[in-house]
Design a protein around this ligand. Structure first.
Ligand SMILES: *Cc1c(COP(=O)(O)O)cnc(C)c1O
Length: 359
C-alpha cells in the first residue's frame, strides 16, 4: 500500500493510526455486530461515542465549565449566518476584521442582519498580512467582534488576539483548531469546520460561552439556534454520527501524543523546517508578512507560473499531493495540519531542494 503525503487544505490528512482503528471497527463496532455508520444516534452503543467525544474535546482543549460545546453541521460557512442570528441581539452592531476570503464571506453574510463595520482590512495587500488594528475604531457597544484566526488560503494568522474589552470575541478557527493550546476564556465563541484538523467533513464544532446563549432572533431557523442544539446535547436531530466518532478517535490520538502542548511543539517544528528552507531558497519564497506566518498553511511561490506548475506536477508524481495554491492566489500551498508527520515535511523540503538544483 502506497500512501501519499497529502498537503490538502481540507479535507485533509487524518492520522494513520486513526484510519486503521476505524478500519478495524468498520464492520463490528465494539461487539455490536454493526458499523458506526449504521447506528442509531439514540442507541446505547452510540451514546458513549458522542458523549465521549464531547468530554474529550473539553479535556483536550481545556474548555471551561461555563462554555458549551456543540456539534453541528453545515460547515463553517453556515455559521457565517448563525453567528449574527444568535449574537447580533443588543445594539445590532458588530465589528469584523477582513483578513482573507472567509472573513469577507462571513462579513457579507452578517450585513444581512445588522449594522456591521469593517474595523480593519488587508485586502489592499492581497491579504498577505493581518491588518493593523486600532482600538479607536472599535465599536464600544458592538454585540461582538469577529476574526478569522488562521487564514487558510493566504497562510497568515493572528499571533495576538485583539483586545476587545467587554465585547465578546468570536473566532473562526477552522484551520487551526486543536493545533496548539488556546485560552478559550478569552473568547465568547470559537468555531470551525472539522475537516482540516479534527475529523472528516460533516462536523462543525461551536464552543460558546453560556451567557451568550438564548438570545437568538425569533426568526432564527431552529437548526441554527445554538441554544436548541446545546439543550439537546447536539442531538436535536441526527448529528453527523460518523464524523463525531472519527473526532473522538482523533482526540484520543492527540491525548496519547501528549495533548496540545506536545502537538504544538510538533507543529512548530514542521513549520520551522519549511519556513527555514523557504527563507534560504533562491527559487521559492513565502509571500506573507513574516510575523503573521501561519503554522498550518504555508504558501510559497517561484517567480514564474510555468515553474510553479512544473513543481506542482513533479511533486505530485513523487507522492506530495495537493500542493497547488488556492485558485484565488496561485502559487503553492502546503497545509501541514496535525496529522502531517514531521517526516512528510522533511521529505517535501528534500524534494524542493532537489527541484531547485535541477531547475
Ligand atoms: C475551510 C474554511 C472555511 C469553510 O469551511 P466549510 O466547512 O467548507 O464551510 C471557513 N473558514 C476557514 C478559516 C476555513 O479554513
Amino acid at each position: 500500500m502506497a500512501r501519499v503525503y497529502n498537503f490538502s487544505a481540507g479535507p485533509s490528512m487524518l492520522p494513520e493510526s486513526v484510519l486503521n482503528r476505524a478500519a478495524e471497527e468498520m464492520l463490528d463496532y465494539n461487539g455490536t455486530g454493526q458499523s458506526v455508520l449504521e447506528m442509531s444516534h439514540r442507541s446505547k452503543a452510540y451514546e458513549p461515542i458522542i458523549y465521549g467525544a464531547l468530554d474529550l474535546f473539553r479535556e483536550v482543549l481545556n474548555v471551561p465549565e461555563n462554555y458549551k460545546i456543540i456539534f453541528c453541521q453545515g460547515g463553517a460557512s453556515t455559521q457565517f449566518a448563525a453567528i449574527p442570528l444568535n449574537f447580533l441581539n443588543g445594539s445590532g452592531k458588530a465589528d469584523y476584521v477582513l483578513s482573507g476570503q472567509f472573513s469577507t464571506k462571513a462579513y457579507k453574510e452578517a450585513t444581512k442582519y445588522g449594522d456591521i463595520k469593517v474595523v480593519a482590512s488587508s485586502k489592499e495587500q492581497n491579504f498577505s498580512c493581518i491588518p493593523a488594528l486600532d482600538k479607536a475604531n472599535f465599536t464600544p457597544d458592538a454585540d461582538y467582534f469577529y476574526i478569522c484566526q488562521n487564514n487558510t488560503i493566504y497562510g497568515t494568522r493572528f499571533t495576538e488576539l485583539p483586545d476587545t474589552g467587554n465585547v465578546p470575541l468570536i473566532a473562526d478557527v477552522s484551520s487551526c483548531f486543536l493545533s496548539e493550546p488556546m485560552d478559550v476564556s478569552k473568547y465568547g465563541v470559537i468555531y470551525g469546520g472539522a475537516q482540516k484538523n479534527v475529523a472528516p467533513a460533516g462536523l462543525t464544532v461551536v464552543i460558546v460561552r453560556e451567557d451568550l446563549l438564548g438570545h437568538a432572533r425569533d426568526y432564527t431557523p431552529v437548526m441554527l439556534d445554538y441554544k436548541t442544539l446545546a439543550d439537546n446535547d447536539s442531538m436535536y436531530n441526527t448529528p453527523p454520527c460518523y464524523s463525531i466518532y472519527m473526532c473522538k478517535l482523533v482526540l484520543e490520538w492527540i491525548k496519547n501524543l501528549g495533548g496540545l502542548e506536545a502537538l504544538k511543539l510538533r507543529n512548530e517544528k514542521k513549520a520551522a523546517i519549511l519556513y527555514n528552507y523557504l527563507d534560504g531558497s533562491e527559487m521559492f519564497h513565502n509571500p506573507v508578512n513574516p510575523k503573521d506566518r501561519s503554522m498550518m498553511n504555508v504558501t510559497f511561490v517561484t517567480d514564474s507560473d510555468e515553474l510553479n506548475a512544473k513543481f506542482v506536477k513533479e511533486a505530485a508524481d513523487a507522492g506530495f499531493v495537493n500542493l497547488k495554491g488556492h485558485r484565488s492566489v496561485g502559487g503553492m500551498r502546503a497545509s501541514i495540519y496535525n496529522a502531517m508527520p514531521v517526516e512528510g515535511v522533511e521529505k517535501l523540503v528534500d524534494f524542493m531542494s532537489e527541484f531547485e538544483k535541477n531547475n
